[in-house]
Design a protein around this ligand. Structure first.
Ligand SMILES: CC(C)(COP(=O)(O)OP(=O)(O)OC[C@H]1O[C@@H](n2cnc3c(N)ncnc32)[C@H](O)[C@@H]1OP(=O)(O)O)[C@@H](O)C(=O)NCCC(=O)NCCS
Length: 407
């Protein structure tokens, strides 16, 4: 008879075997550096799973992070390492882990959970909604001249070593992240992973390289991280990892630097926002390939708290009916009165104007998926088109959310 797995939390000494079990389920061998850095980043009390004897046959973990939402920041459980070993799949282990995890997250008072899905059909049943699309940009570098009126400012770009970037990039990113919904804060342990550059992390490309933008007075106000790959029999390719800039001239000049690197013919950047300005800096974007990929899934764990913490693009006063079979405490009617200066959310018994599953609210939460679109997909129910239009506008935001942090 198949042994029955038992629920367990890894001790600090067991985190390595826990992470290796997750890597095995992802069919990805875990190298020594990845193992060391990932274990350092774990929050052991947020790791759980099932095991048979010493062997982990199921894993789940999360990080306690800060997620930028429109006009604010919310505490988020950044969920990852959801795995079940192939010989224990479809026996309900994931369901038990994710359900228990959501109960724990709610018990801790964390209003939102979020994750990246390896396959997008997995998480809807747990109330996670597809909230952020990722734009993958690629194309030839040599035809990417900018419009003549693009302001490159009077700063400059210098290439720097990782050791030089290390003290500069974290504060730049920490100041930039609160302006970009969808991004999360990065701990020092996470930066170690971002800047990791062993052979395995290169995935066939060259070493990790960095460019720093300095403004006219010499202050660093942006950076880019990239690799250069040479696919067999092909020209070199620029692989952009991240571009963070506080100003448009810094952003434009960093991209100009990247696109002008000699001996490179093509580029790609898979972590762009859907409103990436680069598309509009380029004079002739004909060759620019734009591909939409899955990004973040969002799970509203506490409707009241989550709606209160964000801001709304226009004033809104609406009664929402939210259904949450998995966390029934969430199910109910909420009056949301909000705008650019704040929001008030109260439970009411009034007739709802818009009704939806908590998964749908998660999709709309970061402003990346319009509530009107969700209504057209049959996921928001209403008889009041004017209210839907206004609420949909209110849930939007000035910038599209960005799924830039793979956790
Ligand atoms: C995805 C994974 C964790 C599922 O674990 P599991 O224990 O088999 O899941 P469960 O038995 O609890 O399944 C619950 C439900 O989810 C469904 N489901 C599971 N994996 C699914 C998938 N990849 N796509 C769509 N539905 C899926 C099951 O069919 C089941 O549906 P049912 O209740 O209607 O029968 C496991 O297959 C795995 O580890 N895969 C490889 C790693 C991976 O992709 N992890 C996800 C990281 S984001």
């Amino acid at each position: 008879m198949r042994p029955t797995p038992t629920f367990a939390r890894p001790t600090s000494q067991e985190l390595a075997s826990f992470y290796q079990a997750a890597g095995h389920a992802f069919h990805e061998p875990v190298g020594p550096m990845e193992l060391e850095l990932s274990v350092q980043r774990f929050e052991p009390q947020r790791c759980a799973g099932f095991r048979v004897g010493e062997r982990w046959v199921a894993t789940v973990s999360s990080y306690d992070q800060q997620l930028t939402v429109p006009g604010g920041i919310v505490r988020v459980a950044a969920v990852n390492n959801v795995t079940v070993a192939p010989d224990f799949r479809r026996t309900g282990l994931m369901t038990r882990m994710l359900t228990d995890q959501l109960t724990d997250v709610a018990g801790e008072g964390i209003p939102v959970a979020s994750l990246w899905a390896s396959e997008s059909g997995i998480y809807g049943r747990f109330g996670y909604g597809h909230a952020v699309d990722r734009l993958a940009l690629s194309g030839p570098t040599q035809t990417m001249a900018f419009h003549p009126e693009v302001d490159l400012g009077s700063g400059w770009v210098e290439e720097v070593e990782t050791a030089q970037l290390r003290p500069v990039a974290p504060p730049l990113r920490a100041a930039w992240s609160p302006t970009r919904p969808g991004t999360v804060d990065r701990s020092p342990a996470w930066w170690n992973i971002v800047l990791r550059d062993d052979e395995q992390s290169r995935d066939g490309a060259g070493p990790l390289r960095h460019a720093l933008h300095r403004n006219a007075t010499g202050d660093a106000d942006g950076y880019a991280t990239f690799r250069i790959a040479r696919p067999p029999g092909d020209w070199r390719q620029l692989q952009v990892v991240e571009v963070v800039a506080h100003t448009l001239p810094g952003y434009a000049r960093l991209w100009r630097f990247l696109l002008d690197i000699d001996l490179v013919r093509t580029f790609r950047h898979h972590q762009c926002g859907t409103d990436e300005p680069l598309v509009h800096l380029v004079a002739d974007p004909t060759g620019l390939k734009r591909e939409l990929l899955d990004g973040l899934f969002v799970r509203i764990v506490d409707v009241e708290q989550a709606l209160r913490v964000r801001r709304y693009a226009v004033d809104v006063d609406v009664v929402l009916d939210v259904e949450d079979p998995l966390l029934p405490a969430n199910t109910g009617r909420y009056r949301l009165r909000g705008g650019r200066d704040g929001a008030d959310v109260t439970r009411v018994n009034d007739e709802p104007q818009l009704s939806m599953h908590v998964r749908t609210l998660g999709s709309a939460y970061l402003g990346g998926v319009s509530m009107a679109t969700l209504a057209r997909a049959g996921l928001v129910h209403t008889d009041d088109d004017a209210c839907l239009a206004r609420t949909s506008t209110a849930f939007g935001w000035d910038r599209a959310p960005l799924a830039a942090d793979f956790f």
